[in-house]
Design a protein around this ligand. Structure first.
Ligand SMILES: NC(=O)c1ccc[n+]([C@@H]2O[C@H](COP(=O)([O-])OP(=O)(O)OC[C@H]3O[C@@H](n4cnc5c(N)ncnc54)[C@H](O)[C@@H]3O)[C@@H](O)[C@H]2O)c1
Ligand SMILES: [Zn+2]
Length: 370
């Protein structure tokens, strides 16, 4: 069993990462010294697949276990849903020493994490991420929250869990398009953390597609370790945590320009990563081979390399409206080298616009245009 230690100013807690660790969740939680009740919150897809296994493990370890299922999907991440869950926890007589177990993807992690952080001013929290995105990103770092009608993730808290259990086996039932969502973030971590990780993805991409459990475990571990190191330095997102936005400024612009329907987050981030790498060639003389390799990796993993169906101008307008850009220049994360990100790069709007146009023309995708 791999045990990583998350160390932040507010809390230290273990992250257990292993194939088939799901069956040991009860004993691992007991080994934390916990004896209270466990109230799982999950969605209707994940609940049907994994609740019986989790329930058995907690009950065998002596816990009183209950489960609440909510609708799957982003639409469930609301204050109204949180309010229903508060009442449910009250009905279940959950108290401070008891735990909420968030079993699901990023939606459940954010929603149940937020509920755990606010119910009775905070109860114990176990994160069990079941999507690749949740395993490498949303379950790490303590950001929780819900959407408001006006904006995503605008109400929330920083609340570190007491334990995270990450089992690559969950990924076997994940729909391929959800896997691709997480792979875009994995590629982001590879670009941020170094050439050997990036090379490993290029060489072993087939192992990712084949869901090779040992390789996935290694990949997820590298991503978690990278995020943990960043969060340890900057828990509340005032500085270094901004590196995690690599590919996300253009990505958010594309998502918004497509009205959040045409491009998923991962697809938009994949294009944003390509734009960031191409801009890094111009600004930091990053060798163009990386852009070529990135485009080929995207294609092999089922991620887009060409901006289609959205006007480049609309992407620029969305970026200007976004809090991270001011219309004159964009504040972006770029790469001096693979593994050497630079935050707060002031990118001239003209240069950015020409890069977004290149994305739409397919020229950024090199010989791998699709
Ligand atoms: N807190 C953070 O730091 C952070 C970081 C990134 C993203 N997020 C948030 O994460 C959310 C997106 O997360 P997501 O992509 O995991 O989406 P999600 O939670 O909606 O899961 C995607 C779909 O996969 C299903 N699913 C989950 N696990 C499964 C499994 N093992 N087998 C079969 N189906 C499964 C879900 O039911 C859902 O239909 C967004 O709300 C985003 O804002 C938060
Ligand atoms: Zn992202």
């Amino acid at each position: 069993m791999i045990q990583l230690l998350a160390s932040t100013r507010s809390k230290e807690y273990p992250i257990y990462l292993s194939v088939d660790s799901i069956d040991r969740i009860g004993s691992l939680w007991a080994s934390q010294g916990d004896t209270g009740k466990v109230a799982a919150i999950t969605d209707t897809n994940v609940g049907g697949l994994y609740l019986p296994q989790i329930e058995r493990s907690f009950e065998e370890a002596g816990f009183t276990f209950t489960a609440t299922e909510v609708d799957a999907g982003e639409g469930t991440k609301t204050l109204a849903q949180a309010a229903k869950l508060y009442s449910r926890l009250f009905e279940l007589k959950i108290r401070r020493g008891d735990a909420v177990c968030a079993l699901g993807g990023g939606v459940i992690g954010d929603l149940a994490g937020f509920v755990a952080s606010t119910y009775m001013r905070g109860v114990r929290l176990i994160q069990v991420p079941t999507t690749l995105l949740a395993q490498v990103d949303s379950s790490i770092g303590g950001k929780t929250g819900v959407n408001i009608p006006e904006a995503k993730n605008y109400v929330g808290s920083f609340y570190q869990p007491d334990m995270v259990l990450t089992d690559p086996v969950f990924l076997k039932t994940l729909p391929p398009e959800q896997m691709a969502e997480g792979l875009a973030e994995v590629i982001k971590y590879a670009l941020l953390s170094g050439e050997d990780f990036f090379d490993a993805l290029e060489t072993s991409y087939q192992s990712l597609l084949d869901l090779d459990m040992a390789f996935l475990e290694t990949v997820v571990r590298r991503c978690i370790e990278y995020k943990l190191a960043v969060v340890a330095e900057d828990e509340r997102d005032y500085g270094r945590r901004a590196v995690l936005n690599l590919g996300h400024s253009v990505g958010h612009g594309i998502e918004a320009a497509g009205n959040y329907r045409l491009y998923s987050h991962g697809q938009a981030v994949a294009l944003g990563l390509l734009a960031a790498v191409r801009l890094s060639e111009k600004i930091f003389s990053l060798p163009p081979e990386y852009g070529e390799s990135l485009a080929s990796l995207h294609k092999l993993l089922g991620l887009p390399t060409v901006l289609k169906g959205v006007e480049p101008r609309a992407v620029m307008e969305s970026m200007a409206a976004d809090k991270k850009a001011d219309g004159i220049s964009a504040n972006m994360v770029l790469l001096r080298k693979i593994g050497d990100p630079v935050i707060n790069c002031d990118v001239d709007a003209g240069l950015l616009a020409s890069e977004v146009e290149r994305l739409a023309s397919g020229a950024s995708a090199g010989s791998w245009t699709i």
